[in-house]
Structures are given as C-alpha cells and as structure tokens.
Design a protein around this ligand. Structure first.
Ligand code: ATP
Length: 546
C-alpha cells in the first residue's frame, strides 16, 4: 500500500463506520485507549473465536500425526502482586526515562542521542556550524549561532544561556588535551554544561537544549489498590500479559484435568501497559487484548515444539487472508531477548506506517523453565512434573533406578505463541482496505467472509408494494444462521455503498420481480456482480460461499 495517507483513511473509516472510536471522546479522548463500536466488536470477536477454535477446540495435529492436548482458561486480571515479583515484571518491566526540568518533556534514556540526531531542530542547526566535523572550535561562529538561531531553537542550552562560561569550560578542555580533540558527542555535552566542575557533562534535551535529569525507571505496569486500605501493602497491578495466569494454574490443571505433557493452556484477555508513547492507532495502546498459549513440554523436546508452533502460527495468519508478502519472521538478536527468553521469533506484518518495513504482530518465545521455576521459588509450591510415560519408557530401556528417578521428574519448558487480538484487528483492517474508483463508495473492505462483521445485507428495493414484508421474512429466517442486517431505507445504491465500506460479502435484494417469480438478486461485494436465484435456494447458495 504505497499511499502515505492510507492509515489516516483507515482511522477515519473506522470512526465513520462504527468500528473503532477514541475512548472518552466527549471529554477530549484519553491517549492510548480505544472503544470498539458495533462493527468493531463483531470483527474482533470473529478473530477471537477463530483463534480459540484453532487453538483450543480444534488444535493442530502434532508432528507425530496425532491430535495434541490443549485446554483453555480465563484468569483474573489482578493477581497476587508476588506474581509480578516472581515473573520479573516488578523489577524489569520498565523503560528508563530522562525528563527535562526546563520544558517538561521526557525521553527514553537509550534513545536520547538517536532523537537528537534524527529529530532535534536545534541540534540539526548547531551541527551546520561544525560541518564538516574536524574537531576544531570556531568560538565566534558558535557565539553568533547562540545569539541568533540558538536563542530561538534551544533557549535552555548552556551555550545560549551563558555562552562565556560554557565556552571557557570547553577552552579548558581543549587546552588541557591539545592532542585529543573532543568527539562530537563530547563537544555537545560541553555546550550543554554551564558548571562543568560542579555537575560533570550534561546531556541536552532534544527539544529545548536544557540539561536532562537522571534516568529514572518508568514503570509500565498500571497500579491500583485492592481493599479498603490504600497503602503499599495493598498495592496491586493490572496484568501486562495474560501468560502468568497459565503458569499460576499449572498445578491446578495437572491435578484436575487429564492433560499430560506435552500440552498447552490458552487464554484470551485484556492486558494493560502504561506505554510511554502509544501510537499508530490501535497498534500500541495502553489497554489491549492478547491471545496467548503456553505450551508445556519436556526440555529435550522444546526446540522441536518451537519450530512446530512457528510454522502453525504463520499458517493461521495466512488463513485469516493476510497476503504472504505482507508477513515475515524475524528472529530476535541475543541482546533483544526478554529476561525470560532463550529464543524468540516475531511474526511481523507490513503495516502502512512501517512499509516498506515490517512491525511486530506476534512473538513466539522459548521461555525455557524460567516462569515455573520462579513461581516455585517464590511460592514454595512444587511445580515440577512427574512423567509416568517417560518413567515406563526408561525402565523398559533398562536404565538404572537413579537415572529413571532423576529424568522422569522435571520442570517443563514452555513455548509461547503470544499475539495481540487488537493488533490482529488492525492487520485485518489494513489488509482488507481496498480503494476502487469504480464504485460509489470509492472503497471496500475485502474481508474473508468468515471475518466480515456482517455477512448479509437484506434490502427491499423500495420500502413499499409488499417488498419490505418479504425482505423482513427472509431476514428473520437467515439471521438464525448468519449475522444479517435488514435495511429498508435510502436509495439502493447508498445501501450497497455502505455495505461495501463495512466489508459485507453479500447483499440480497427483493425487487418487483420477486413478487411475481420468487427470485432475489444476490450481489457479490468484490465483483459487484449480481446473481438472480430462487428465494428457496438462498440458504444453500450462501452456505456454499460463507
Ligand atoms: P512490542 O515490541 O510491540 O512492544 P512486545 O514484544 O512487548 O511488543 P509481547 O510482550 O511479546 O509484546 O506481547 C505479545 C503481543 O501482544 C505482541 O506481539 C503484540 O501483538 C501485542 N501487544 C503488546 N503490546 C501491545 C500494545 N501496547 N498494544 C497492542 N498490542 C500489544
């Protein structure tokens, strides 16, 4: 999709056609939160149901040709806060942020220099004074910049506020080490520092040039309190991922169901992250929904299952109708891995705002035995697994009693495919969005019929002459099976246009001819072609196509 404005058009279509509204809009909205409208909730539920069906009710066949074991779960959003200490989120789920006391802007500590280089207006302007960079300092030129452009663009930069003192520190440095010119970042730090001896080098704010404060962790978990007393001891967290619910219930599931290793526990639900910069519509929000499955397996088999789930998950995304060219795998580099992960691969999608690059859609992580071991340590409860089948196999192989005992009890490894349901909604919207100058709406949403919020529009051609009665009767019949919309008002062209815009695959029209020969027209969304068929055949005709 080469059109740079396509995202804006999708956002506006979503609002106009009841898919997604900004949350609390009448109060000016709230950054990072969205409401799903009457059609958005249908689309989201269709994706949710398909994941659940493919994961829990009808999971894939395993590599040995037999069905695999899978159960579903729905756990509380708020759990005992020790959960997040054990999982590592309490200590590590934070971005280090640096705030500028002068202008109030905050920046991710690890991104400040990158932002200076790519987005800061004053830095870009100052750089011109050093281009090409030789390390030589032209004081009159810097003073001239500080009193002109600098004053306007970087009012809080030390060089602008107090050029004499700032430049004298820099001169000291140059005179002390005549053979070692400062590098560009060192130079910039000097220009951002007024009292070098007292404060040491300062990092300038990309916005106003003022010295940035120390890096402080910005916690991504939302906090609240449970119970009457609202103090530290009663603090609770809104979960930042659903996965911990599966780990907390590992023992319950082993004890109360008939699953045996390997097996999976799947969950769909809301997660919350106080993202520093929620952006790109629903791509990164502060409240979102996840579809996560924890696959518990023997440590020796984890690599095999990692490959299995990688392939299965990609197959599922393609099954949603997402074009192969818009999907790809990306392995995480070692320094990018989460604290719990041994290996992670992302499934990425070519979003309109990342194109021609890709952005994350789902992560498939090899979590090793990290989570169960942590919860075992922190809760004092045994979370290992006794593998009776393995025990029998090892015995039959004539292994020693000690070896059989040692190997048949273990803490399982976990492979986790974790995807965003709300991100999947965005992907299907982007994928379905098709401009078409030939039709009155100028566009249509080309959803696979299975995911379309409304499957059928049912219209009388005109709202009189017995047509509405026949159309309503047909509607009452067909809505038993499919999500239908009955609409008797407006010109027929407008009704078709609206159905195109919301991605309805078929529209049925009752017209004058229906009254005489009991036939109706069925209009196909993608081709706009119309078939005329006998009303009695409509259910069979649609069953074949929906
Ligand atoms: P990102 O790198 O995009 O922040 P992540 O690697 O932190 O994501 P995971 O913790 O692996 O994400 O979560 C699994 C999935 O949940 C992601 O692949 C994504 O689809 C979804 N997800 C994560 N954070 C958000 C968010 N803030 N808004 C919407 N979906 C999200």
């Amino acid at each position: 999709m080469p059109d740079a404005n396509v995202m804006e058009k999708i956002v506006s279509l979503c609002k106009r056609r009841a898919f997604i509204y900004p949350a609390s809009e009448i109060y000016g909205g709230i950054n990072g939160f969205w409401d799903y409208g009457p059609l958005g909730v249908l689309l989201k539920n269709n994706i949710r149901d398909d994941w659940w069906r493919n994961m829990v009710e009808c999971p894939p066949i395993g590599p040995d040709g037999h069905p695999i074991d899978m159960v579903g779960i729905d756990t509380a959003i708020i759990q005992n806060p020790k959960t997040w200490v054990a999982s590592g989120h309490a200590a590590t789920f934070a971005d280090p942020m640096r705030k500028c006391p002068a202008c109030g802007n905050s920046f991710r500590a690890d991104q400040v220099w990158d932002i200076l280089a790519k987005q800061s207006r004053w830095f870009d302007s100052l750089l011109q004074e050093f281009t090409p960079f030789t390390g030589r300092i032209d004081t009159p030129r810097l003073l001239h910049w500080a009193q002109g452009k600098g004053k306007r663009l970087a009012p809080n930069l030390a060089l602008v506020r107090n050029p004499q003192v700032t430049l004298s520190w820099l001169a000291d440095r140059v005179n002390s080490y005549p053979d070692q010119s400062p590098t560009l970042p060192q130079l910039v730090e000097y220009l951002a520092t007024e009292q070098y001896a007292a404060t040491g080098p300062q990092t300038p704010c990309p916005e106003c040039g003022g010295p940035l404060g120390e890096a402080r962790p910005f916690k991504l978990m939302f906090e609240s309190y449970a119970g009457l007393v609202q103090d530290e001891d009663h603090k609770v967290y809104l979960r930042p991922e659903t996965a911990q619910g599966q780990f907390l219930n590992f023992k319950n599931i082993i004890d109360t169901t008939r699953v045996k290793i390997p097996f999976g526990v799947a969950q769909i639900g809301k997660s919350f992250r106080n993202e520093v910069t929620p952006r790109n519509f629903i791509f990164r929000s502060r409240e979102f929904e996840q579809m996560e499955m924890e696959w518990f397996c023997h440590p020796d088999e984890a690599a095999k299952w990692y490959e299995f789930w990688k392939a299965e998950r990609m197959k599922w995304w393609r099954g949603l109708g997402v074009a192969e060219a818009n999907l790809k795998f990306r392995d995480h580099e070692k320094d990018e891995l989460s604290h719990y992960s041994k290996m992670t691969v992302d499934i990425e999608y070519k979003y309109p705002f990342t194109a021609p690059d890709f952005g994350e859609l789902e992560g498939i992580a090899h979590r090793g035995c990290f989570d169960l071991t942590q919860h075992q340590t922190h809760s004092g409860q045994k979370l290992d697994y006794f593998d009776q089948e393995l025990q029998l196999k090892l015995k039959a192989e004539g292994k020693s009693e000690e070896e059989v005992k040692a190997r048949s009890r273990y803490v399982p490894n976990v492979i986790e495919p974790a995807s965003g349901l709300t991100r999947a909604v965005l992907v299907l919207l982007c994928e379905a969005y098709t401009e078409d100058a030939q039709r009155p709406s100028g566009l249509f949403l080309k959803f696979k019929p299975k995911f379309a919020p409304i499957k059928l529009g049912i219209f009388p051609l005109v709202n009189k002459d017995g047509m509405p009665e026949m159309a309503e009767k047909l509607y009452l019949d067909l809505r038993q099976k499919w999500t239908c919309e009955y609409d008797p008002k407006q010109a027929i062209g407008k009704r078709y246009a609206r159905m195109d815009e919301i991605g309805t695959p078929f529209c049925i029209c009752i017209d004058g001819q229906t009254l005489t020969d009991q036939t109706v027209t069925i209009r196909h969304r993608d081709t706009m072609q119309q078939d005329r068929i006998v009303m009695d055949r409509v259910p069979a005709y649609l069953s074949e196509r929906l």
